[in-house]
Design a protein around this ligand. Structure first.
Ligand code: NAP
Length: 482
């Protein structure tokens, strides 16, 4: 344990946030954690004052200074203009790794009680469909861009393995949908497979995400660490929280290049807010993760043992864990945890915790350089209310006598011209694929000329260059395309 005091930004948050945050501050002080809290605002009250980000400049400055924050839940207003303050904080500080442990606490009733679940989901937190790049292609067709980078994959995979190493875990699963999205989800799989051999002694296995969900509800005890992309992780980490007693118990960490923010998985629970009823365990376990992150292992162990002991004993439980008539208040539960310092639960063996070696990341863009590359064609996304057999020949005629040929026409990813089988239900957004007839490279001026020709007859929404890297196509084929 370090002897020096550490300043930590505390955002108490909305709803039950202040009650559970106060309980946590009390317990950490009693356990001898060496922390100076810098209390800051974010969330509902800030939105009410008209700040649409929900996070004031002083809060951002405080986190910049302290580099560590403990955060209560923040309400996301259901209105227009306001952004989620949680997402703002994640993006501002590049908190790329969302770490959510799920461990069975002895004494908590549930379908999986006794199965000794003890796993961590490591979710990529800033890329994927959550980059927020959405466009209406036509008034009736929406599109959201799934962005996955080699750099992002490398950071999250390394974080997962480093966490496994720090906690003495033996197995890392990489859960993706690489069988369908071979480039985006496949990039995480390929990066995982490239990095895994660096971690001798930790078993590495790929699993398709849907099978992972199935396995999680059948044999959850087989999992140790699961690393996955943002959307997959969003869903399965809520699933895993539900395996062992629910939201009142689920902690999390958001890890960034040089900032980390710790928070409970639950929200502001407005129905029980202000009633001294909420369970502070989730935020308390998040605070234990925070203490270990800043090297204060001893108070983290004291608190973890005491809170698990208190729950295992079953005499002082909050209303999420026991029938209302037997439940105690947040304050009473807090007191019980403090009284149980020094006790060790029977059904719980403390995990080893060593400092996590975080991936070292350069801020500048890192270029992945292929030995060779060339542009071989253009995909033009266009709007039309015609059927494919009318559009296809019209496009072919437009490029007659030019270096490019119209290769195919697709509708929602299915080749519809030349037709293979039956024409599917069509929408008014098509993708026309043009490829160079005789090899070589498609220059920008040739691409612009092609676009002009198409634009003379059709309304186009966007274009995508078709490239080859190291001789391999860097674009997906359509369903039905050979
Ligand atoms: P929620 O606040 O997590 O609450 C859902 C229910 O879970 C509560 O009504 C309560 O059930 C129970 N619960 C949650 N935490 C508990 C605790 N510590 N102790 C005891 N029971 C607990 O989810 P929500 O109602 O969907 O969201 C409410 C607001 O929170 C929304 O504005 C949402 O945007 C925000 N939110 C913020 C975060 C965050 O800041 N990270 C995360 C999620 C949601 P009973 O009512 O049955 O007692």
């Amino acid at each position: 344990m370090t002897d020096s005091k550490r300043t930590v930004t505390l955002i108490k948050g909305d709803g039950i946030g202040p009650e559970v945050a106060d309980a946590v501050v009390r317990i950490l002080a009693a356990a001898g954690a060496k922390i100076d809290w810098e209390v800051c605002e974010a969330g509902a009250e800030v939105f009410r004052r008209g700040l649409s980000s929900g996070v004031p400049a002083e809060t951002i400055a405080s986190i910049e200074r302290t580099r560590v924050a403990l955060k209560g839940p923040l309400e996301t207003p259901v209105g227009f203009g306001e952004k989620s303050a949680n997402v703002t904080l994640r993006k501002l500080f590049e908190l790329y790794g969302n770490v959510r442990p799920t461990r069975e606490i002895p004494g908590v009733q549930g379908v999986f009680a006794g199965r000794r679940i003890d796993l961590v989901v490591v979710r990529e937190n800033v890329e994927d469909l959550y980059t927020g790049i959405e466009h209406m292609q036509t008034p009736g067709v929406a599109q959201c861009l799934k962005v996955i980078s080699r750099k992002g994959c490398e950071k999250i995979v390394r974080l997962a393995f480093e966490l496994a190493r720090a906690e003495g875990r033996k197995r890392v699963h990489c859960a993706t949908k690489a069988n369908i999205m071979k480039m985006t989800e496949g990039l995480l799989k390929r990066t995982f497979e490239a990095i895994a051999p660096e971690y001798a002694g930790i078993e590495a296995e790929h699993i398709i995400i849907d099978n992972c969900a199935h396995q999680l509800v059948r044999y959850p005890e087989q999992f140790d660490v699961i690393v996955t992309t943002n959307m997959n992780g969003d869903i399965i980490s809520d699933l895993t929280s539900g395996l062992t007693g629910g939201l009142g118990l689920a902690p999390s960490a958001n890890i960034g290049n040089d900032v980390a923010m710790f928070e409970a998985v639950h929200g502001s629970a407005p129905t029980i807010a202000g009633k001294d009823l909420a369970n502070p365990t989730a935020l308390l376990l998040s605070a234990c993760m925070m203490l270990r992150h800043i090297g204060q292992f001893a108070p983290a162990d004291t608190i973890e043992n005491a809170v698990v002991y208190t729950i295992e004993l079953g005499k002082t439980l909050t209303c999420d864990l026991i029938a209302q008539e037997f439940a105690v208040t947040t304050s009473r539960f807090t007191q019980a945890v403090i009284e149980n310092f020094g006790r060790r639960p029977d059904g719980w063996v403390a995990r080893e915790h060593r400092p996590i070696r975080l991936p070292q990341v350069e801020r500048r863009p890192d270029m992945v350089r292929p030995a060779s590359r060339r542009v071989v064609g253009l995909d033009v996304f266009l709007e039309s209310g015609e059927m494919p057999h009318a559009i296809g020949p019209a496009l072919e005629a437009l490029v007659e006598g030019t270096p490019v040929a119209m290769r195919s026409l697709a509708n929602r990813g299915v080749q519809v011209y030349p037709l293979r089988g039956r024409t599917p239900d069509c929408v008014d957004a098509y993708r026309a694929r043009f490829l160079l007839r005789d090899g070589g490279e498609l220059s920008d001026s040739a691409a612009l000329e092609l676009l002009q020709r198409v634009g003379a007859k059709f309304r186009w929404a966007h274009v995508e260059k078709l490239q080859e890297f190291d001789g391999a196509p860097a674009f997906a084929k359509d369903q039905g395309e050979d």
